[in-house]
Design a protein around this ligand. Structure first.
Ligand SMILES: O=c1[nH]c(=O)c2nc[nH]c2[nH]1
Length: 459
């Protein structure tokens, strides 16, 4: 990717909503955001009465104008910090399984079948289209153990314009013979091949970045973890894995790595617990592990829909946040059933209420907090907070246009196809946003931009 082609100065006018902090959602009813030819935010104006005056003030000549709908707003693109693109066809298929039998029954067979490139292309194309349509502008993807199909996922993201981290799954241990790396060194060679491929299609990682992906400790030999730790140090590339998702998994880690004091310590001892590491799930971390993660500044991807679907457990997000650990949200397709980060935000709010039933009300996550986790928090997890996550001057325009349904007055028939959120007109803006979080879906996502380029639009 080089400089985005064909962009014009564009003013996005109308309401915008974004997180300024964990607890702070700025709702600007009358805004104007200027995006330049590089897809970057050049100005953000509030309380706009005269749009022409704003355009003139910034010396812009005839910019393109995009208006938010009357009952709608611009919102930063969602950041999915944990999603298995290769498992997308299984979204919603998990029966009553739990993690380890789910991997054997549903997941390894599907992932293994993506050695077929035509099949991988079909799956990856639809996964990326679908997540874009839900407003996901950045995704941290797990592909499969196949270098060729993993490269295909990079190509698809670049072609469809989604910002993405692409990881080839490293797994040389405790997986079926028909689906595992034959040795630590072949795993690392194949991973290097995917890194080289991305360097060839997007040398500056403007959209696509490789991410080192040891699947999880039980499926990696100590030798593989060591080599990936070295590669992490050598390349400075980010890294992603799973941690502490369910009890039998923890017991397995203790059995496989008895010399280490904890699950987190396994990653730490192999040079993988660093600021560039994204740890998914983190349901059963001990206080000592939390302290270690905080000390290493590793990040956590909270995957509430998956943790419920596979009955893994309830992550203590409030505790993690109180420790100062950086947290974002993951859909975790297909442990999670939905490709929507909005659904993950809703589930984060609901799971926190289940936690509150035992831990007390302080555990509850607010609408403001779950929206922060889905945008700015996710950007911090992925090391992208200087680029995306909110609407500040200098950041790139990764955004979605949300439209809410207006109920006509006087009992006349309206159009229920505008989406599942009904606005009667008497709601405050805070209430409109809350109704979107708890009831909205992709029908409300009218258009999506990445780096200033429109990558999705409702017909
Ligand atoms: O939710 C999960 N999904 C996976 O694919 C996986 N692999 C290891 N651990 C995992 N957890």
């Amino acid at each position: 990717m080089t400089k985005p082609q064909g962009l014009h100065q564009t003013v996005y006018a109308g309401a915008f909503v974004h997180s300024t902090d964990l607890n702070e959602l700025e709702i600007c009813e009358n805004g104007a955001i200027g995006v330049d030819e590089d897809g970057k935010i050049a100005f953000v104006e509030r309380n706009v009465e005269d749009l022409n005056a704003v355009v003139e003030k910034h010396g812009w000549k005839s910019p393109v104008l995009v208006r938010a709908p009357d009952c709608g707003f611009f919102f930063p693109g969602f950041i999915d910090t944990h999603i298995h693109a290769s498992q997308y066809p299984n979204a919603g298929i998990f029966g009553k399984s739990t993690l380890l039998d789910w991997l054997e029954t549903y997941t390894f067979p599907l992932e293994s079948s993506l050695s077929s490139r035509p099949k991988a292309k079909t799956v990856y194309t639809r996964c990326v289209q679908r997540t874009l349509s839900h407003g996901t502008t950045t995704a941290a993807y797990y592909a499969t153990a196949h270098a060729g199909s993993t490269n295909l996922l990079s190509d698809v993201c670049l072609q469809l314009g989604q910002r993405a981290f692409i990881g080839r799954c490293n797994m040389d241990s405790l997986a079926p013979d028909w689906y595992k790396d034959s040795s630590a060194s072949t795993a690392v060679d194949d991973t290097r091949e995917t890194i080289a491929h991305i360097a060839s299609i997007d040398p500056e990682h403007k959209l696509i970045t490789p991410i080192l992906t040891p699947r999880f400790a039980p499926s990696c030999s100590s030798e593989l973890l060591t080599q990936l730790g070295k590669l992490h140090a050598e390349t400075g590339l980010p890294c992603q894995t799973h941690i502490s998702e369910n009890i039998p998994e923890l017991e397995l880690v203790q059995k496989l790595f008895p010399q280490y004091s904890s699950y987190a310590d396994v990653y730490d001892a192999h040079g993988l617990l660093t600021p560039g590491m994204v740890l998914a799930h983190a349901v059963y971390l001990t206080p000592k592990e939390q302290a270690l993660i905080k000390a290493r500044d590793a990040k956590i991807s909270h995957c509430p829909a998956s943790n419920s679907s596979l009955s893994s457990g309830c992550a203590r997000v409030r505790t993690l946040l109180d420790q100062g650990i950086t947290v974002g949200l993951g859909t975790d397709i297909s442990g999670g059933y939905s490709p929507s980060v909005l659904e993950a935000a809703r589930q984060a709010a609901l799971v926190s209420r289940h936690v509150a039933m035992t831990d007390g009300d302080a555990a509850k996550l607010s609408v403001e907090e779950v929206l922060y986790l889905s945008t700015k928090g996710g950007a911090r997890v992925m090391g992208l907070d200087a680029k995306v996550g909110s609407f500040d001057k200098g950041l790139e325009w990764d955004a979605q246009m949300i439209s809410l349904g207006v109920v006509p007055e006087g009992g006349t028939m309206g159009n229920v196809d505008e989406g599942p959120v009904d606005i009667f007109g008497w709601e405050s803006w805070d209430e409109r946003v809350a109704k979107w979080v708890y009831n909205g879906d992709d029908r409300n996502t009218r258009a999506v931009w990445v780096r200033g380029h429109k990558v999705h639009q409702k017909p």
